[in-house]
Design a protein around this ligand. Sequence first.
Ligand code: SF4
Length: 340
Amino acid sequence: MALLEVKDLRTSFHTEDGIVGAVDGVSFSVEKGQTLGIVGESGSGKSVTCLTIMGLNAKRNTTSSGEAIWKGKNLLTTKPRELREIRGNDISMIFQDPMTSLNPVHTIGKQLIEAVQLHRDVSNRVARARSLELLKAVGIPYAERRIDDYPHQFSGGMRQRVMIAMALINDPDLLIADEPTTALDVTTQAQILTLMKRLQEEFGSAIIIITHDLGVVAETADDVLVMYGARVVEHASVEELFNRPQHPYTWGLIGSLPRLDIDVERLIQIPGQPPSLLRPPRGCRFHPRCSYVMEVCKTTVPELLPTQREPDHLQACHLDEETKDREAAKLLESMMAEAG
Ligand code: SF4
């Protein structure tokens, strides 16, 4: 049985200008010990999807529907008090900027101890010992001394390690990491991703990693959900997605990946802007930016359907499979030729 099963999730924000459909019919599941990457540009709905599951959207002017089944309970209808228990105990979140999540006026130790005692009836001594254990596990040097430092005394990378320690302190079954490495330099980013992988093996948590960077997904995830304009446009295992991508938007994401084996980053970008979710385009939401657009794309929403060859590979595009396979092969060949 899946640890988390999300079915037809929809979230709308009611603004003065009208209704913004921020998440539109998203479904996926996460198994124990699995890492799911959710990738897309900013405003694609990936963060709102997870905030909705966690009950963290502003209550006013927001409506949600669908299901997020966690251990037999629908989180969308769970009482706030029970949901607070689940958050931080069973499910934890790590955000992009640890400075906004850490309290600048309290020491790291005080905050970690509070996180333990919020969910467990243990003494200060036990909670401090657990905090130290976690600071060591995430690689904070001189943890015995640094536990009494304040957040501003840590570098960005070290603060993110503290956040990971805090997220894991109560042995969550699921960790949701929202752009956990975006604010960090490339070297620190690689260290944090390696750390998350190692800790996942050690702690056995499932992870949902939200990112705009397909490179992060390639490094960490088992499965990938590609979101565009509040909808899922492709869902596959990482291996299948990188070997046989089926959606023109995914081709754009793969084509714009920075190349680490040469000095110059590829600066190819997907032309055009992400769609307005207030007044989204009819039919396929990617059609104004798609170089393969056909008449049907402008009127008819493509369904998320399995490919003929791989039933677990879902894609939402009107192109026929032969064309998709041919174009994907061309893209991958050109990237390999460039890599020499
Ligand atoms: Fe492009 Fe049409 Fe496929 Fe949308 S459905 S991605 S517009 S080809």
